[in-house]
Design a protein around this ligand. Structure first.
Ligand SMILES: Cc1cc2nc3c(=O)[nH]c(=O)nc-3n(C[C@H](O)[C@H](O)[C@H](O)COP(=O)(O)O)c2cc1C
Length: 177
């Protein structure tokens, strides 16, 4: 695979919210989690754990926490990403966000679609209760995962010119054509 192919791979990931009914084999789910282990984390703390949810009732309970979880209702599986705040007190959220991104990219590599479902403060204890997680293992994301049944257009991105400065904030580069 050329570097251009890798770049294309990164820029063609999309959030997928519609999935085929087809279940995802457990070994495929393990494979994407296995890859997520290679994400960087502060002091290599690796504060992440993953709860694979395929049980329909548990998935339904998670999806019912808030209405924008429709994607999880439809997906054959969900992965609750738990983060140990005691293992990386300053950076646990960042560490686990890296792992979620790796996981989503690994899924993309094997033809699976994902969407990151955000977890608000009020939802954390409810999700912990549903999956039986201890208090210090904080859910930071639920990733809905399955075979894509849609091909969404890319969401708009800010132009590079708007977000790049050179040496000092405000010194703009004009990089796009
Ligand atoms: C922290 C975070 C929380 C998100 N929460 C939700 C969510 O609750 N529901 C949802 O449908 N998408 C959610 N998303 C997905 C974003 O909407 C999506 O990544 C963004 O619109 C860009 O689209 P793309 O992923 O297809 O490039 C979330 C993404 C992140 C990083």
């Amino acid at each position: 695979m050329s570097s251009e192919d890798y770049i294309k791979f990164l820029t063609t990931r999309r959030s997928i919210r519609k999935y085929k009914k087809e279940p995802v084999a457990l070994d495929q789910l393990i494979k994407v989690i296995d890859t997520a282990r290679f994400a960087p984390s502060a002091k290599n703390s690796q504060p992440w754990e993953f709860v694979i949810v395929v049980d329909p009732k548990t998935k339904h309970d998670l999806a019912s926490v808030y209405p924008w979880r429709q994607a999880l209702r439809d997906a054959p599986a969900g992965i609750v990403v738990l983060c140990d705040e005691t293992a990386s007190p300053m950076f646990y959220m960042l560490d686990c966000a890296n792992a979620v991104t790796y996981l989503m990219l690994a899924a993309h590599a094997v033809g699976l679609g994902t969407v990151w479902l955000g977890v608000g403060e009020k939802e954390k204890p409810i999700i912990q209760e549903i999956v039986g997680a201890p208090k210090h293992k904080v859910p930071i994301a639920i990733v809905a995962i399955g075979y894509p049944d849609e091909s969404p257009k890319p969401r708009p991105r800010k132009p590079v010119d708007d977000i790049v400065h050179i040496n000092r904030y405000g010194n703009r580069l004009t990089v796009s054509s």
